[in-house]
Design a protein around this ligand. Structure first.
Ligand SMILES: [Zn+2]
Length: 279
């Protein structure tokens, strides 16, 4: 079948076969045993194996499966379902889908509402996409970049982005006029309790710019809470999901790894946009 995905070389629609995805011009992309395709052109790769490593993907799964972010996932799905109400066959692209924890729930939520959507996920991490494809059949996953989406112009009824790099030009290109963009970004005090351990002078997350040309803001709402983690393994799993994992000085990492429990505020800011009708 063809659908939302487009050839990363020439932009023509990709026909999704069992063994390969191919465009009419003859560019062909092998499907891995797990069922995903690799749509990252070699010249777009910044390193040999970009994105989250296998260990990070495994750690993130441990944390997500523990359910602490379930209220966020539930709200994401509700917002998607409300936005797509009345569209029986929508096309949904999860940009930066990771191991598919949100993507799979989106599919379930839309099916639960009686729709039969085409749900696709892309992530730059091969380890994440492999894990996603292995686990979640019925969703088309590809290794690809948020900076160069392998999707046709105006092909998506909804693009979802949970904590992934936001590339407004690509999102504007891919979401059809009248379609939706659903962003989840961290609230200023998301994980503040973790940062109090990591840093001598913890700082709040910056308040994100929310105005994207071509999109009109439909709604903005915060979902916040507080969590308590009582095992070093869970604390480490959460840490490895954060950008702090890469930039915390050794002393801060050591303090966190010595902690037997962690209590922290958490908060996602959900921003729903509608793509304006103008081209
Ligand atoms: Zn092509």
């Amino acid at each position: 079948m063809s659908g939302l995905f487009a050839c990363p070389v020439c932009g023509r629609p990709l026909e999704r076969g069992e063994k390969a995805w191919a465009c009419k011009k003859g560019h062909s992309f092998d499907v891995a045993a797990e069922g995903y395709a690799y749509l990252l052109p070699p010249n777009k790769k910044h390193s040999k194996d970009p994105g989250d490593t296998k260990q990070m993907v495994a750690a993130r799964r441990v944390f997500l499966e523990a359910g602490y972010y379930e209220p966020f996932r539930r709200r994401l799905c509700e917002l998607a379902r409300e936005a797509l109400a009345g569209l029986p066959a929508s096309a949904v692209l999860d940009v930066g889908c990771g191991e598919g924890w949100y993507t799979a729930a989106l599919l379930d939520a839309l099916r639960g509402a009686g729709a039969e959507p085409e749900v696709c996920g892309i992530d730059v991490s091969k380890s994440a996409v492999r894990a996603a494809a292995k686990r979640h059949k019925g969703i088309a996953f590809a290794v690809a970049s948020a900076f160069s989406l392998p999707a046709a112009d105006a092909s998506a009824d909804l693009a979802v982005n949970v904590f992934a790099p936001i590339v407004p030009g690509e999102l504007r290109r891919v979401v059809r006029p009248g379609g939706f963009l659903l962003l989840a970004v961290p609230m200023p005090r998301h994980l503040y309790g973790m940062k109090e351990i990591l840093y001598d002078e913890p700082y709040e997350n910056e308040y994100r710019e929310t105005d994207y040309p071509g999109f009109a803001l439909v709604s903005r709402e915060a979902v916040t809470g507080e969590i308590q983690l009582d095992s070093p393994a869970l604390i480490e799993a959460l840490f490895s999901m954060t950008p702090y994992y890469w930039k915390t000085p050794p002393a801060g990492c050591a303090r966190l790894r010595a902690a037997s429990s962690l209590r922290t505020e958490i908060g996602f800011d959900f921003l729903l946009y509608r793509r304006e009708e103008t081209p």
